[in-house]
Design a protein around this ligand. Structure first.
Ligand SMILES: C[S@@+](CC[C@H](N)C(=O)[O-])C[C@H]1O[C@@H](n2cnc3c(N)ncnc32)[C@H](O)[C@@H]1O
Length: 346
């Protein structure tokens, strides 16, 4: 996927075609103003205040307890971005955004957009990171409020994909036990437990995540078969021949190659014969430029905030093989472009 400037009239078309439009300015100043406006509106409750109605700027400012003039500036920007419509002095949210921006919708991304205000500050470390190679190690630097937004943000990212993924993972027959490392909100485990009535899942989570993560799972788990265990996958013993499936989604980009190799060996030991080790991640392309902007931008972000960055499918497969597991398949899903699950069997 690519993010691309779309001309709106013949003059703009010619300017782009002839390379007369200063695209680096649009890609930066305009792009970061747009991004911040969309996130600020989530933080300030603007989308929720408008809901499915139309309101004047004064009415919206009064609900959000914000300054009326400044609120108008933000609303007008969001009209320009194409998220809001303006008609007869009133603003409304375009219907295609109800799904993503209203809390009544399960697919809403409000917590993730609010968490991005924190991620915004982390990306401010980019130049330092490139100069020195020093990374943030985010799990050691977040406070309680940030942990809560982090876990809710992960909920937002997984709610649409959990069901699709549960339908595709090749679960061993009569599976009864799985381990979900860094499983956070538990949505992936919950969907699998709904699909397999004899399955129980243990979510292994860091102490800081536990309270917020288990509270989210409490809102969704109707099976009663998803439980939490406080721990650290890098330090803890994971046992022997205990699990039919060990799943680790969006976590291995926080670990170094050595840590990922050692973890794969512990997981291999923890799996029952015939058990599955499934690693879900945004995939780093084998060559720069392949995989589009999502792979390259998320890889850069992960390298700033944690120990490594994106991994290629081959790299993840090599940890599994090195741990004595047999490669099975690589799953793609529609709901997360650029993401794959690398599956191996004991
Ligand atoms: C990016 S989130 C992914 C959450 C969830 N698996 C998902 O895909 O939506 C990474 C999660 O891994 C957890 N985590 C990070 N390092 C961990 C470790 N060493 N042991 C256990 N959990 C860890 C974090 O607390 C966080 O909840």
């Amino acid at each position: 996927m690519k993010i691309k400037l779309q001309p709106e009239n013949p003059l703009e078309w010619v300017a782009l075609k002839m390379n007369l439009a200063p695209t680096p300015l649009v890609d930066t100043q305009i792009a970061f103003n747009v991004a911040r406006a969309i996130m600020a509106a989530a933080e300030l409750g603007i989308y929720e205040a408008i809901g499915k109605t139309s309101k004047t700027a004064d009415e919206i400012a009064s609900v959000c307890n914000t300054n009326a003039h400044a609120t108008t500036q933000l609303l007008n920007c969001l009209v320009g971005v194409g998220y809001l419509k303006w008609s007869n002095g009133k603003y409304s949210l375009k219907p295609k955004y109800h799904k993503w921006l209203l809390k009544e919708s399960e697919s809403n991304l409000i917590a993730k957009l609010r968490f991005q205000l924190i991620e915004w500050n982390w990306m401010g470390m980019l130049e330092d990171y490139v100069r020195t190679g020093k990374t943030l190690q985010l799990h050691n630097s977040v406070n309680e409020q940030e942990w809560r937004l982090y876990q809710e943000g992960m909920r937002d990212l997984s709610i649409s994909s959990a069901k699709e993924l549960a339908g595709k993972i090749p679960m061993p027959t009569n599976a009864t036990s799985m381990l979900d490392i860094g499983g956070s909100h538990g949505l992936y485990s919950i969907q699998l437990c709904k699909k397999y009535p004899n399955l129980k899942s243990t979510i292994l989570e860091l102490p800081g995540a536990l309270q917020a993560a288990s509270a989210i799972a409490g809102r969704y788990d109707t099976t009663g078969r998803v439980t939490y265990k406080e721990g650290n996958a890098l330090n803890d013993d994971l046992g022997s021949e205990q699990y039919d499936l060990v799943m680790i989604n969006n976590v291995v980009h926080h670990f170094t190659p050595e840590q990922n190799m050692a973890l794969a060996k512990k997981i291999s030991r923890a799996l029952k014969p015939g058990g599955i080790y499934a690693i879900g991640e945004f995939i780093r392309a084998e060559k720069p430029g392949e995989g589009g902007v999502i792979a390259s931008a998320s890889g850069l972000y992960f390298s700033v905030i944690s120990a490594s960055g994106n991994w290629s499918a081959d790299e993840m497969e090599s940890w599994q093989k090195n741990a004595g597991l047999k490669s099975e398949k690589k799953l793609s899903i529609m709901s997360i472009p650029g993401w794959k699950m690398i599956i191996a069997k004991k």
